[in-house]
Design a protein around this ligand. Structure first.
Ligand code: HPA
Length: 271
């Protein structure tokens, strides 16, 4: 374990008083509603946590929330770090190294995404079956510690088939319809051009966003099982003639987060 990650872990251990999370959840833009259901929460602002990336001027600092959901021990990473903020791949994925250090074996990632698949509508949920990395970065370049210890990790089942089945069952049980599809990540912060979206559809993407892929790569490096859900907040560029806006992305995300919370809670029950 990296020395700084160990210090972060020791700090958190001291705050947690024996609480050991089994599941970690990363909540995406405007999708934090589920955190209201976390029982006996211990809230730790990122700014208090040693070695955690410092907030940018524009960005929200974020916080960790430890507690129980569906009787499972959960840690929530509320607020993530993005490439478009100028973050390094190491900063973006630092929280995942901490998740691993705390002994967590299951990671749930959520994000807001534009719908490329013509069947998708704003407000829909898509369980991520696989991803395409169009960010031009990989957090494992140079070794995760920058120490040259390169690992060529397998990504053929990056999103756990076992957890995807559980997500299907949770969707059925909670009566929340889901799609299953491929998430493609760009760096942003500009949205895509219609020509890019056409190309992304051609290479197999169902949805497009600006996050998640670096975290999933590092989770798989640590052999953490991953489940992912995208909230389709808008139709991608050129799929509809409407202009894209960040405000709309946040607004639709907020409207859909109730369904997402229900789905994930039912999923947690099944773990
Ligand atoms: N493109 C990229 N990222 C996004 C989008 C989009 O259309 N919607 C939400 N995040």
């Amino acid at each position: 374990m990296m020395a700084n990650v160990r210090e972060t872990k020791d700090f958190l251990d001291a705050k947690l008083d024996g609480f050991k999370p089994d599941v970690a959840l990363v909540v995406g833009s405007g999708l934090g509603g589920i955190t209201q259901g976390v029982a006996k929460p211990i809230v730790i602002p990122y700014t208090d946590i040693p070695h955690f990336p410092k907030p940018t001027v524009a960005g929200h600092a974020g916080q960790m929330i430890f507690g129980e959901l569906a009787d499972k021990k959960l840690m929530v990473l509320s607020g993530r770090f993005h490439r478009y903020e100028g973050r390094s791949p190491a900063e973006i994925t630092y929280p995942i190294n901490v998740v691993d250090a705390l002994g967590v074996k299951v990671l749930i990632v959520t994000n807001a995404a534009g719908g490329i698949n013509p069947q998708y509508k704003p407000g829909d949920l898509m369980v991520i079956e696989d991803h395409i990395n169009q960010m031009g970065i990989n957090p494992l370049i140079g070794g995760i510690n920058g120490d040259g210890g390169i690992k060529f990790i397998d990504m053929s089942q990056a999103y756990s088939p076992r957890l995807r089945e559980k997500m299907d069952a949770a969707a059925e049980k909670s009566q929340i319809p889901i799609w299953r599809g491929v998430y493609l990540a760009t760096t942003g912060p500009s949205y895509e051009t219609p020509a890019e979206i056409k190309a992304f559809a051609w290479i197999g993407a169902d949805a497009v966003g600006m996050s998640t892929v670096p975290e999933v790569i590092v989770a798989r490096y640590h052999n953490i099982e991953v489940a992912g859900v995208s909230c389709i907040t808008n139709l991608a560029a050129g799929i509809s003639s409407k202009k894209l806006s960040h405000d709309e992305v946040l607004e639709v995300g907020r409207a859909a987060q109730g369904n997402l919370a229900k789905l994930l809670t039912e999923f947690m029950v099944s773990l």
